[in-house]
Design a protein around this ligand. Structure first.
Ligand SMILES: Cc1cc2nc3c(=O)[nH]c(=O)nc-3n(C[C@H](O)[C@H](O)[C@H](O)COP(=O)(O)OP(=O)(O)OC[C@H]3O[C@@H](n4cnc5c(N)ncnc54)[C@H](O)[C@@H]3O)c2cc1C
Length: 420
């Protein structure tokens, strides 16, 4: 199916938690309620033709045997084949420019395994920006597509058996999870009576970059995480940051190379493998600075999820948006709100009265302490809705399969069967 010129295009950029969910919800609950549903087409554009359970990356990067690969990666076109012909189209490509004055997006269509590329310009009637955020390390999600991700995992796995010292930077959940998974895989776990693993086979250093790890959680929980990491042979260094990396491509473009890391205390570390799991970089460089916050996220109204200053019917959701802390539970609660407001705006644009279109729906972020952090295959720390969870519960909910039990319903759209 291709993009049809005679239809009004609802364009969604990014095919992950925010973009794929919004697409299912609009196709199920918004477009069918418009006066002439057949006059609309939903266009989903993403660099990768697959969705992935991104939280699983810290364990998945070690080996394909860690997870069933057909559940970890799911085809976007197949997930959307359930909708009527002509109502949905997927384009694999990278959005290179948003012209919000003229209401178009430019896309570089570069198919996996094909060196040719073509340019596409799509005029949108409504637009949802859900292009998420990237980590410096390409091991932790789609910087490009599934082919690139799997090739960086392959390079890492080839180098892993020879590594004697691995340095991970970033004291947030990603860094802690990566260090924990590698620690357990390479070193095993110290016995009940030992607080640390003495003489680990592989030295793993986690540079937290601050005075503690896991800043979203209360200090006592972070302290428990430190004790679990010590049992896996992970050494944590606080208040120290990497200032230079030689060669500069280490850990970013060249996954498998040895690196010399110069620290801000003047010391150097030699790493056989270096994994920068530090703060996320919003994928928004195709958007004018006038629509972005200083941190690079799309300047989004925290209540309505409309993009501030972008013109009519432009919205943002997920890690690309400034509306909430980047986390999947926030995206799940944003989807029905964003889609209700898209529906309302489309009804008004189709000439329906304000009474028929109804009021704006308002998003309110749940800011209670919520984060679950597995530490290896059997332990974990965390809290949800302000309540501290015991290690067993963290394992049960997340550590067992890193949320893979949730993504089947999300990618297939079953999660959104009912309008909520
Ligand atoms: C290692 C790790 C573990 C995590 N664990 C958890 C967890 O346990 N719980 C939790 O709540 N959150 C977790 N997160 C955060 C969670 O993954 C994100 O909040 C979530 O993935 C954001 O979804 P998104 O749809 O906004 O964007 P993303 O998942 O970042 O996806 C963005 C999509 O847009 C595409 N894209 C990017 N740029 C362009 C472009 N220019 N043109 C077209 N397409 C583009 C990408 O290919 C991708 O498909 C974790 C993150 C990481 C890195």
């Amino acid at each position: 199916m291709s993009i049809l010129d005679d239809k009004k295009k609802i364009v969604i950029l990014g095919g992950s938690y925010g973009g794929a969910s919004t697409a299912h919800y609009l196709l199920k609950h918004a477009i069918p309620k418009l006066p002439d549903p057949k006059s609309y087409q939903l266009v989903l554009i993403s660099t990768s033709s697959q969705t992935m359970c991104r939280p699983a990356a810290p364990r998945a990067l070690i080996s394909d045997a860690m997870f069933p690969q057909d559940k970890l990666f799911v085809s976007i076109p197949e997930s959307f084949s359930q909708y009527a012909a002509g109502s949905f189209v997927f384009e694999q490509g990278t959005v290179t420019a948003l012209d919000h004055e003229n209401r178009t997006v430019s896309v570089s269509l570069a198919k996996s395994g094909d060196s040719s590329s073509a340019e596409l310009k799509v005029a949108y009637h409504a637009l949802v920006i859900a292009t998420g955020a990237s980590t410096l390390s390409p091991l932790l999600g789609f910087i490009h597509d599934e082919v690139a991700l799997k090739s960086s995992w392959a390079a890492f796995r080839t180098a892993l058996p020879k590594a004697k010292h691995i340095v991970v930077t970033g004291g947030g959940a990603s860094g802690v999870e990566v260090a924990g998974e590698l620690g357990e895989h390479l070193n095993g776990r110290a016995g009940w009576l030992s607080s640390t693993l003495s003489n680990p086979k592989v030295q793993i250093t986690l540079l937290s970059g601050g005075s503690r790890i896991l800043p979203y959680l209360r200090p006592a929980i972070a302290q428990t995480a430190e004790t679990y990491l010590a049992k896996l042979g992970v050494r944590i260094v606080h208040n120290t940051r990497v200032t230079t990396v030689a060669p500069a491509a280490a850990g970013i473009e060249d996954i498998a190379t040895n690196a010399t890391l110069t620290l801000d205390n003047g010391e150097t570390l030699q790493a056989d493998l270096y994994i920068p799991a530090t703060g996320a970089i919003p994928n928004t460089n195709f958007v004018s600075d006038t629509l972005r916050c200083p941190d690079g996220r799309i300047n989004t109204d925290v209540s309505t999820l409309r993009v501030v200053g972008a013109g009519e019917r432009v919205y943002s959701i997920g890690d690309a948006s400034s509306a909430a802390r980047p986390a999947i539970h926030n995206i799940i609660s944003m989807v029905p709100v964003l889609c209700a407001n898209v529906k309302r705006d489309l009804l008004l644009a189709a000439g329906q009265s304000a009474q028929v279109a109804g009021e704006d729906r308002i998003f309110k972020e749940d800011t209670r302490e919520t984060q679950l952090v597995p530490i290896g295959k059997s332990k974990g720390v965390g809290a949800a809705m302000g309540m501290k969870f015991p290690s067993f519960l963290v394992w049960l909910i997340k550590g067992r399969d890193y949320w893979l039990w949730t993504t089947g319903n999300l990618w297939s759209g079953k999660q959104w069967t009912k309008e909520s």
